[in-house]
Design a protein around this ligand. Sequence first.
Ligand code: NDP
Ligand code: MG
Length: 389
Amino acid sequence: MTVAVALAGSTGSIGRQTLEVIDASNGRYRVVSLAAASNEEVLREQIARYRPDVVAVIDSAVRSRLGRDFPSVEFSDDVADVVHPADVVVNAVVGFAGLPVTLETLRQGKRLALANKESLIAAGPIVQPLRNTEGAMIVPVDSEHCALHQCLRSSDHVGREVASLQLTASGGPFRGRTRDDLSRVDVNQALAHPTWSMGPKITVDSSTLMNKGLEVIEAHELFGVGYDRIEVVVHPQSVIHSMVTFTDGATIAQLSMPDMRLPIAYAIAWPDRFDVPFGAVDWASMRTLEFEVPDRETFRCLDLAYAAGRTGGSAPAWLSAANEIAVEAFLAGRISWLQIADVNDATLQRHDGGTLSSVDDVLAADERARQIARGIVQSFAQAAGTVGA
Ligand code: NDP
Ligand code: MG
């Protein structure tokens, strides 16, 4: 039987690799819908090649040009419209913009192959009850959580047998650097990730360890494990993708070379295993796997995420929103790399203690945090003379 796949964020790093996985599947999967923001050239090629039924495009000029050229395709301005024709939905949108896809997939009782961690982090209290919709399920694409998902399959009593989770982190391009070194790093240095090739936002997040911090919250939301039992281990080779330690002392890990096609294939093939290997380890050449503790003083975003996670309510939404603004400002040359953590910290300090009981609450929390973060960016940029940059 052919499985119908929706792919939101098709033009990005995860989106393109999802299509490579589908290409390798010998027709087992069919792409029924695509979504992107504005990358006309790549989207046009994808529509011509995969002939989806539905395409959501945010940019209206791009949407109307593509609509004219592909009259048999149903075009939409709502990214959540990718969900209805699909059996499984890959959410590979970057940032908070992925929220409608996460919510709609679970509401319609479908399987969500989730790369877009920001939606789960910002809207955890709203997403949790939707996971109880009949047929709904989240299978993580994020490599660490996909690894945890695999490790947890070794226990029939996850609730009482898990002692702790170990999330691994490559350490990013600035591992081992001091705060002083990092006061002068530029965008190109932050974008030079040692082991993974990814979109710009998550690559910057990896350089600050905010990605790992967000992943701590993601792990808490996905697996219900308390923050005191989620640990971060720096592992520069990115071969162990994460580990679970059980109450009897056994640690189970998942290993493969850094290749996102493996977790993508896992999430779309679940509960089966994909029949084409991606990133299998060559044990004849594998030599050394190293581990370090993270430098929490230099990479302050990690503990900001633990703090926001422990506060709960809308605090993770505030942190994630502030971070999107801070990363955007860093990429635009308006603030320095060290100031990313400062913007996140200063925004969280103004958190209003709000809770989340509806999607509207999530949207309001996101908007409020962005407003505050923009103000902080503006004051930093004014002080540095980079206001117009
Ligand atoms: P990219 O920046 O490479 O791609 C982002 C995608 O989202 C593009 O297709 C973009 O379209 C689309 N998009 C942006 N805004 C919107 C919007 N408002 N509505 C609809 N689509 C939109 O990101 P990545 O692929 O790197 O990351 C995607 C997600 O996966 C992130 O949440 C990231 O944290 C997560 N992830 C990524 C990993 C990786 O290896 N890349 C690893 C683990 C997790 P357009 O091209 O038109 O702008
Ligand atoms: Mg990850």
